[in-house]
Design a protein around this ligand. Structure first.
Ligand code: CA
Length: 511
């Protein structure tokens, strides 16, 4: 692969033997070509459930705005996205644009099937360039481990994903205020357990539930991330092997013993459906949107003969043991898909300009609010009435229309949040605007050797950690009595190698 960028006025530039057409730089608006130009695409997602539809409203609108007629060569008739991708790669001539997972595209790039894009972004894709300048980390996290950028990623939103969600009707019934710190949180759990807030005369309340089958969401009360590994001051450390963690898990085990945590937390399927609908569950840490959908449905439902007054609130994050209020569960903007330019693409400059469209406000609005979106009286975009009325909600509506695809764009926070129940929307903005959001763990691009370590030692360690967590919480093993043995066994399993693999990926990215 040859890349030549000859400097100087009027100098020609070419990539991979293709001359770059600088005429595209003079085009107005979103145009990526002076004449209508057809580019072929491979896009096959979710085993064919989602893909670019050649005859959709979005495709038509895109052609009008950019002069690019995008023709997807993948078909929904193919059942398996991976198989479709591998078959496509064996063709003599590849589609101009290839969409897939970052891992696939990195490999294709390093095999010579895709061209590096990092030098093209600044000149031909000013909006993508601007995004990368504002988010240098995001650029680094999407480069392959050889240092090249082989695809333009789709980025997700930044903001809180989960919240502290509590039965407001139970608080009201017992005359309690929302807990504001760890100790008050404990007291509320205790009151929910002891004081019969569901009013049936039985001690059947389960104060804390979680559908992810672990109580680790409670670690936030101790100022601790619920991940096994975290970055502290540029060093990747094992979060679990710390004194703070030991204290926290000891206390959580005590809460379990006192009946404050779902006794079946490690096995219960559909905890929210079961425990909220039966009026047994008191609080959880979970996704705002899906959890508040219970508020919408259950507030209208009867339990036996009467409405049970179900009402959820997202409370402010209780102050942790350090006095901080941190939102630990946040969206990770680094998504794992994108699209790039194949070695057979003869319109590289045009394609880059076309990619850039999807990073403009107009392109993002058309993609995420849908090509048929409406504009509110205050000038903000909104979902069409048809999308709002759709049974599965506006996001599903757009997906069914071939929009809202993770091609290579930046999700619109207004669109993502605008599709949530109204109470969840309020909670999202309240959290985002008032509290510190944790930094997501970096998305690493590992070398084959690092991957090997992750897969062997890394998997063994993860299994052992979750086994021990469960033993401690359930009271099968005492934390204090088994702690030294726990640390020793982590080391035997190769913790040092796993940390080294993370660290080298981290250093490659940031140094
Ligand atoms: Ca009761």
């Amino acid at each position: 692969m040859t890349v030549s960028m000859l400097a100087g006025c009027g100098g020609t530039s070419s990539v991979n033997g293709v001359e770059l057409n600088d005429e595209v730089l003079k085009l107005e608006g979103y145009l990526a070509s002076a004449e209508e130009l057809e580019l072929t695409l491979f896009n096959h997602q979710s085993n064919g459930v989602r893909l670019w539809l050649n005859d959709s409203l979005l495709a038509q609108q895109t052609k009008e705005l950019t002069n690019i007629k995008l023709t997807n060569l993948a078909s929904a008739a193919q059942a398996d996205s991976n198989q479709a991708y591998n078959t496509m790669l064996m063709e003599d001539v590849l589609p101009d644009i290839i969409h897939s997972s970052g891992a696939n595209l990195d490999q294709a790039g390093m095999d010579g099937a895709m061209i590096p894009l990092e030098d093209l972004v600044e000149k031909y894709a000013p909006n993508i360039h601007k995004y990368f300048q504002e988010h240098p980390d995001h650029l680094e996290m999407n480069k392959a481990y050889d240092g090249h950028l082989y695809y333009i990623p789709t980025f997700s939103i930044e903001g809180p994903s989960q919240g502290w969600i509590i039965r407001q009707d139970w608080l009201d019934k017992l005359g309690l205020e929302a807990p504001t710190n760890k100790d008050e949180f404990y007291n509320v759990m205790k009151a929910f357990r002891e004081q019969d807030p569901n009013g049936n005369g039985r001690k059947d309340e389960i104060p804390y539930l979680n559908r992810t089958k672990t109580p680790l969401g409670l670690l936030g009360l101790f100022g601790i991330d619920n991940r096994n590994y975290v970055v502290k001051d540029g060093k990747v450390i094992c979060n679990v092997a710390t004194e703070e963690y030991k204290q926290a898990i000891t206390e959580i085990a005590q809460w379990y013993k006192e009946g404050l945590i779902d006794p079946e937390i490690y096995t219960r399927n559909n905890a929210r459906e079961e425990l909220f609908a039966n009026n047994n569950g008191g609080m959880t840490v979970d996704w705002l949107s899906s959890t508040f959908s219970f508020d919408v449905t259950l507030s209208k439902e009867k339990l036996g003969n009467s409405y049970f007054g179900f009402k959820l609130s997202a409370i402010d994050p209780p102050k942790d043991v350090n006095g901080d209020q941190i939102i630990w569960n946040v969206w990770n903007p680094i998504a794992s898909t994108g699209w790039g330019i194949s070695k057979d693409n003869k319109y590289i400059a045009e394609t880059m300009k076309f990619f850039d469209y999807w990073y403009t406000d107009e392109g993002r609005t058309n993609l995420w609010f849908g090509p048929d979106h409406k504009i509110n009286p205050d000038g903000t975009p909104d979902y069409s009435d048809e999308a709002r009325a759709y049974v599965g909600g506006p996001t599903e509506y757009n997906e069914s229309q071939g929009a809202a695809l993770g091609l290579g764009s930046v999700r619109l926070v207004e669109a993502e949040v605008g599709a949530m129940p109204e109470v969840a929307q309020k909670a999202f903005w309240h959290y985002k605007n008032n509290f510190k959001l944790a930094t997501p763990f970096p998305t690493f691009k590992h070398t084959p050797e690092e991957k090997r370590v992750m897969k062997s030692q890394g998997t063994d360690i993860a299994t052992y950690i979750s086994e021990m967590q469960q033993n401690w919480v359930l009271g099968n093993k005492d934390v204090e009595a088994t702690w030294d043995e726990f640390i020793a066994h982590l080391n035997e399993l190769g913790l040092k190698d796993v940390l080294a693999a993370y660290q080298s990926a981290y250093d490659r990215m940031y140094k």
